[in-house]
Design a protein around this ligand. Structure first.
Ligand SMILES: Cc1cc2nc3c(=O)[nH]c(=O)nc-3n(C[C@H](O)[C@H](O)[C@H](O)COP(=O)(O)OP(=O)(O)OC[C@H]3O[C@@H](n4cnc5c(N)ncnc54)[C@H](O)[C@@H]3O)c2cc1C
Ligand SMILES: *[C@@H]1O[C@H](CO)[C@@H](O)[C@H](O)[C@H]1NC(C)=O
Ligand SMILES: *[C@@H]1O[C@H](CO)[C@@H](O)[C@H](O)[C@H]1NC(C)=O
Ligand SMILES: *[C@@H]1O[C@H](CO)[C@@H](O)[C@H](O)[C@H]1NC(C)=O
Ligand SMILES: *[C@@H]1O[C@H](CO)[C@@H](O)[C@H](O)[C@H]1NC(C)=O
Length: 618
């Protein structure tokens, strides 16, 4: 411990000697070879101090969506682009995949929580789910798990069927390929993949022995090994991650670093947008007000304002600007510019948090041991290898056709952690578990070798809603996830849990003595263990968000009264205003959200170029 903090101190000191603007150099390595590598990951654009009062496009938020748009729109030399980001740069230490989870309590997270549930989530502190959201240049890609999962072809065909021409799988596949710079040799030349794009995709260099056993167990239950981003999604796989050489590849590394010297691109950091300015006579957006260093600024958009503030903040900003449900805005004395269902249709993936299986061999060290061992940092920095390059020990995913009424369009995903996570008090606490229940139920296997699975339903029917508490931008919005409000969602999740128990009984997993940790959960002891009622109680009380919030500014035709933006992502009934981010999903997809969000923004950039550069307006 002492050695470790001494090394950290040196690292911090060395780090401070170097001053660049791409990332905060809080943690810099000790070895020269390392310095070189880390320096190359710190070449982002500097904070822009000019006080220009108008730009062609103003983009709010620099997550995967805002970063793509800033890059693509500033390719047009005549256009001046302003990107406003509420947070500042990430730090080099955040690039270490194994340390995900260490940054949730920092400034790089908005630290949202859902409103206390009346009847559910008794296993979580205050009956609230944590809803982490990245804040900083790169958005949630600064703190996310780096899983690269596009979703199923039918998800996008379904988007198109919901009234969104141009969003079918055949339309979006070229964009998924465009963003990609596939590093995995066997996939580089595959028809579903591509090289040369801005997003690096790799397998983590490190593989634990137990990960092979998970894949084998899949095979023994008829679950083939697949490229889940290819033709067939149902099956098991090593995760493809947005990393390179074992280091996190953020939206800003991918799309903003190369803009450092682009004269028509301006990035303002720690600039919180408070309001979109909309002319109430013409319903035309013409600028924004933002706060920086305690001072308010007004900037004008000559062409458009584009909201890329994410699925919580984009609807918040729209409502604060007078675009949202009339009755709700009137309650808060906000002048209504356009009555739209903003904040409705909130969707997410919600995983059961306490499904663990003890094993009789230690194939993968527990998280605290990995982080406590200096050799792992050494391996990471010098050889780009070792467990630090893994996503906190999550190495395998599997997709299951649980109901099998749509074969090939899986309804359950499972993330396998090679060492259980929530039997550690630190992680249990970080995920918001009630620690007195943890002490009763889980603490007894703190030291026991175990693996953990997070099963979650891919396309839940339940819908939540985001509303404003007041009209102040600094007040977090009220988030009602409304998870498990549909019986079908509960049934599919229970089937997913049972599937995991079945898989633990395969010869592969029995060879390491996999045993369901079956001590009944404290709030559910009245139910017979393993009955449907038991799992219902377990699920409704001990589930956590996978941080895949979306849908709150739904894309759909004007005839759809629940839609907020058109299929070209323009806000219905307001000119010169688009929303381009995870909030436009009409329906959550059978994957993770960063890949589709990059895709959406690449498509939006083309819409905008078509609208302004083609001789005929579309
Ligand atoms: C902990 C966590 C784990 C995740 N794991 C994965 C994963 O493994 N794989 C995956 O594919 N997806 C994952 N996701 C989800 C994925 O990262 C997001 O869906 C994706 O980043 C959404 O992109 P976005 O551009 O819509 O919003 P964001 O990435 O959230 O970016 C929005 C940006 O806007 C800024 N902003 C917001 N409001 C304002 C304002 N008023 N003024 C100025 N700026 C503002 C924010 O600070 C932020 O930088 C995870 C997310 C989290 C939080
Ligand atoms: C944790 O659970 C206990 C027992 O159910 C309860 O009394 C306590 O209030 C909970 N704590 C929090 C922070 O929710
Ligand atoms: C990854 O490492 C290889 C080999 O050291 C190097 O050539 C390559 O440039 C690195 N990639 C990035 C993006 O740093
Ligand atoms: C683990 O348990 C399995 C099944 O009971 C057994 O075959 C195996 O030998 C055990 N391994 C060890 C190291 O005890
Ligand atoms: C969740 O736990 C509470 C105890 O706090 C219990 O009353 C409730 O029935 C449980 N939920 C379900 C769905 O069983």
């Amino acid at each position: 411990m002492l050695v470790r903090s001494a090394l950290l101190t040196i690292a911090v000191t060395v780090g401070l000697l170097e001053c660049t603007c791409g990332q905060n150099p809080v943690f810099n390595p000790i070895f020269p070879v390392v310095l070189e590598r880390e320096r190359s990951s710190m070449q982002g654009p500097c904070d822009d101090n000019s006080e220009q009062d108008s730009y062609d496009f103003i983009i709010v938020g620099s997550g995967p969506a805002g970063s793509v748009l800033a890059n693509r729109l500033s390719e047009v030399e005549d256009w001046e682009i302003l990107l406003l980001e509420a947070g500042s740069d990430g730090t080099v230490i955040m690039n270490i995949p194994y340390l995900i989870g260490q940054f949730q309590s920092t400034d790089a997270n908005w630290q949202y929580k859902t409103i206390p549930s009346e009847s559910k989530f008794s296993g979580l502190n205050g009956r609230q789910m944590d809803y982490p959201r990245g804040r900083g240049v790169g958005g949630s890609t600064l703190i996310n798990y780096m899983f690269y999962v596009r979703g199923n072809s039918r998800d996008y065909d379904n988007w198109e069927e919901m009234g969104n021409p141009g969003w079918g799988y055949d339309d979006v596949l070229p964009y998924f390929k465009k963003i990609e710079d596939m590093q995995i040799p066997v996939l580089r030349d595959d028809e579903f993949h591509s090289t040369g794009g801005n997003v690096k995709v790799s397998y983590p260099p490190y593989r634990s022995k137990i990960s092979d056993i998970f894949l084998q167990a899949g095979l023994e239950t008829g679950s083939p090994e697949v490229d889940y981003n290819g033709k067939h999604q149902t099956g098991s796989a090593r995760i493809q991650t947005t990393t390179v050489n074992g280091s996190r590849w953020t939206a800003s590394r991918g799309y903003l670093y190369s803009l450092r010297d682009r004269h028509n691109f301006h990035l303002k950091k720690r600039a919180l947008v408070k309001k979109v300015l909309i002319n109430e006579n013409t319903n035309t957006a013409y600028g924004v007000i933002y706060t920086k260093n305690g001072k308010d600024y007004t900037v004008r958009a000559r062409k458009e304002v584009i909201l890329c503030a994410g699925a919580i903040n984009s609807p918040q900003l729209l409502m604060l600007s007078g675009v949202g449900p009339k009755d709700h805005l009137e309650e808060l004395n906000i002048q209504v510019i356009k009555d739209l269902k903003v904040g409705y249709n909130l969707m997410d993936h919600v995983a059961f948090a306490t499904l663990m299986f003890t094993v009789n061999v230690s194939k993968f060290p527990s998280p605290m041991k990995v982080i406590g061992d200096q050799r792992n940092f050494f391996n990471y920095y010098v050889y780009n290898n070792g467990p630090m390059t893994s996503q906190l020990g999550s190495e395998i995913v599997s997709y299951h056709d649980i109901r099998n009424n749509t074969p090939g369009w899986p309804d359950i995903e499972v993330i396998y952690f090679s060492a259980a996570l929530l039997n550690n008090p630190q992680y249990a606490n970080a995920f918001g578990l009630n620690m007195s229940l943890y002490a009763d139920h889980i603490a007894s296997i703190q030291e026991t070798p175990a693996y953990q699975v997070f099963p979650f339903q891919m396309r839940p029917k339940s819908r939540g809603r985001i509303t404003l508490k007041d009209s102040d931008i600094n007040t977090p919005p009220l988030i009602n996830p409304n998870a498990f409000s549909e019986e079908e969602d509960i049934q599919i999740q229970i089937a997913g849990i049972r599937k995991m128990i079945e898989i633990s009984r395969t010869p592969a997993l029995q060879s390491i003595g996999a045993t369901l940790y079956d001590k009944p959960l404290p709030l559910c002891e009245d139910y017979e263990y393993d009955s449907d009622d038991y799992w219902r109680c377990a699920l409704l009380n001990f589930s956590i968000s996978v941080s895949h919030q979306c849908g709150t500014c739904k894309m759909g035709p004007e005839s759809d009264e629940t839609a907020v933006v058109s299929s070209r992502l323009k806000v219905h009934g307001v000119h010169n205003l688009r929303v381009v981010d995870a909030s436009i999903f009409p329906q959550i997809i059978s994957g993770h959200l960063q890949a589709p969000t990059y895709m959406i923004a690449e498509k939006a950039a083309d819409f905008i170029k078509e609208d302004y550069l083609k001789p005929h307006h579309l």
